[in-house]
Design a protein around this ligand. Structure first.
Ligand SMILES: NC(=O)c1ccc[n+]([C@@H]2O[C@H](COP(=O)([O-])OP(=O)(O)OC[C@H]3O[C@@H](n4cnc5c(N)ncnc54)[C@H](OP(=O)(O)O)[C@@H]3O)[C@@H](O)[C@H]2O)c1
Length: 320
C-alpha cells in the first residue's frame, strides 16, 4: 500500500511517499481502506517539531528524539472496512466508517488498522471528506467546553480562532450547549462564523478580541492570548480555556485568579468523546468545516496550507 512517511523533522519537503505491506488487523482492530483523511495542525506540528513554549524536549522524547518514531502521520480518517479482527463485533467488511486513531496516527496511508473503540459508523448526510474531519476539532472542543468548563445554558462563550478546526467546532458545540457565542476571527471569515452559530463576531485585526465581555468562558483555540490578558474580560466565576499552552501556562492550569479559573491540557479518553461527536454530527448539530481538499499524491501541499495558520476548518486529503 502507498503511505506518506515523515522520516525527519522539517518543512513539507521532508515527506516522502513509500510502499509498505498492507497491515493485518489485530484481534480488536478494524482495517479501513481510507477514502479521506486530514492534515491537522497536530500533524503539521509533529512534522515541523513545532511545539508550544517549553514542550520541545518532552515532545521530542515522546515522538522521537532525532526523527519521528511513528513515520506515518494522520490522526483521523474515513473509509470502508476491509477486514476485521476476531473480537470485532460492531463492524463488518463493506461498512462505511469514520475513525479517530488520534495520537496512534497512521492515517496517511491507503489502509489503516484502528482499534474498534476509535471507529464509528459514518454519519448519514456527511460525505467522506466531512466524516474524516470530525475527530480532531470536535473532540477537543467537546472536552474543553463540556467536560472541563462545564459550559451552562445561557452562559456567554467567547471563541478565539473561531474559523479554525477546533474553533469552528467550538462555536457549533457551544451553541448546542445553549451558550451565547461570540466568535473571534478576521474580517473575511466573519460571515462564515456567524453561519456556524455565533451571535456576535469580532474582527481581531481591528478590535480588541475580548470586546463585549464579561464572558463566562473564554476559549482561546489558537494561543494568541494569555490568562492574565483575559482576566479583565472574564466573569467572576469565569473559565479561561487554553488549547495551546506553554509549560509555564500549564503550571497555572487548575488555579484561580480573581475567582476565574485557567484550564489547559488534552482530552484523556478521545474515543469516548469521539462517539459523542459523531452522534452530534448524525443529529445535525455539528458539521465539520472543510477548508480545502487535496489528492493523496499532493499531501505535502496540504501540509503547506496548514502551515499558513489561516486554514478555515480542516484540510482534507482524499484517495481516489
Ligand atoms: N489541547 C489540545 O488537546 C489540542 C487539540 C487539538 C488542537 N490543539 C491546538 O489547537 C490549535 C488550533 O488548531 P486548529 O487546527 O483549530 O488551528 P487552525 O485551524 O490552524 O487555526 C487557524 C485559524 O485560526 C485563525 N487565527 C489565526 N490567528 C488568529 C488570531 N490571532 N485570532 C483569532 N483567530 C486567529 C485563522 O483565521 P484568520 O485566517 O482569519 O486569521 C484560521 O482560520 C493548534 O495549535 C493545535 O496544536 C490543541
Amino acid at each position: 500500500m502507498r503511505v506518506w512517511e515523515c522520516r525527519r523533522y522539517g518543512g513539507p519537503e521532508v515527506l516522502r511517499q513509500a510502499n509498505r505491506p498492507r497491515p493485518a488487523p489485530g484481534p480488536d482492530e478494524v482495517l479501513i481502506r481510507m477514502a479521506a483523511t486530514t492534515v491537522s495542525s497536530g500533524d503539521a506540528r509533529i512534522r515541523a517539531s513545532d511545539f508550544p513554549g517549553g514542550f520541545w524536549l518532552p515532545a521530542r522524547m515522546m515522538l522521537g528524539l532525532l526523527r519521528p518514531r511513528r513515520k506515518v502521520l494522520g490522526c483521523q480518517l474515513s473509509g470502508v472496512v476491509a477486514e476485521v479482527g476476531e473480537n470485532v463485533s460492531r463492524f463488518a467488511p463493506g461498512n462505511e466508517v469514520t475513525a479517530f486513531p488520534d495520537t496512534r496516527l497512521g492515517a496517511h496511508a491507503e489502509f489503516a488498522a484502528v482499534p474498534q473503540r476509535a471507529v464509528e459508523a459514518k454519519p448519514f448526510g456527511l460525505d467522506f471528506a466531512e466524516s474524516a474531519a470530525l475527530g480532531f476539532g470536535g473532540t477537543t472542543a467537546l472536552w474543553f467546553l463540556r467536560e472541563t468548563a462545564r459550559l451552562k445554558r445561557g452562559e456567554k462563550l467567547l471563541v478565539i480562532g473561531a474559523s479554525g478546526a477546533v474553533g469552528s467546532a467550538a462555536v457549533q458545540i457551544g451553541r448546542h450547549l445553549g451558550a451565547r457565542v461570540t466568535g473571534v476571527c478576521s474580517g473575511p471569515n466573519m460571515n462564515l462564523v456567524h453561519s456556524l452559530g455565533a451571535v456576535e463576531v469580532t474582527d481581531y485585526t481591528r478590535v480588541d478580541p475580548f470586546a463585549g465581555g464579561p464572558h463566562h468562558v473564554i476559549f482561546d483555540t489558537v494561543g494568541s492570548t494569555t490568562f492574565a490578558q483575559a482576566l479583565g474580560a472574564l466573569a467572576p466565576d469565569g473559565r479561561y480555556l487554553a488549547a495551546v499552552a506553554s509549560v509555564i501556562a500549564m503550571l497555572r492550569a487548575g488555579k484561580k485568579d480573581s475567582g476565574a479559573e485557567m484550564i489547559a491540557g488534552s482530552p484523556p479518553d478521545a474515543p469516548a468523546l469521539f462517539a459523542d461527536v459523531v452522534a452530534m454530527a448524525a443529529a445535525g448539530v455539528l458539521r465539520p468545516l472543510i477548508d480545502s481538499q487535496f489528492p493523496f499524491s499532493a499531501l505535502p501541499q496540504a501540509h503547506a496550507r496548514v502551515d499558513s495558520h489561516h486554514k478555515r476548518g480542516s484540510v482534507v486529503v482524499t484517495l481516489t
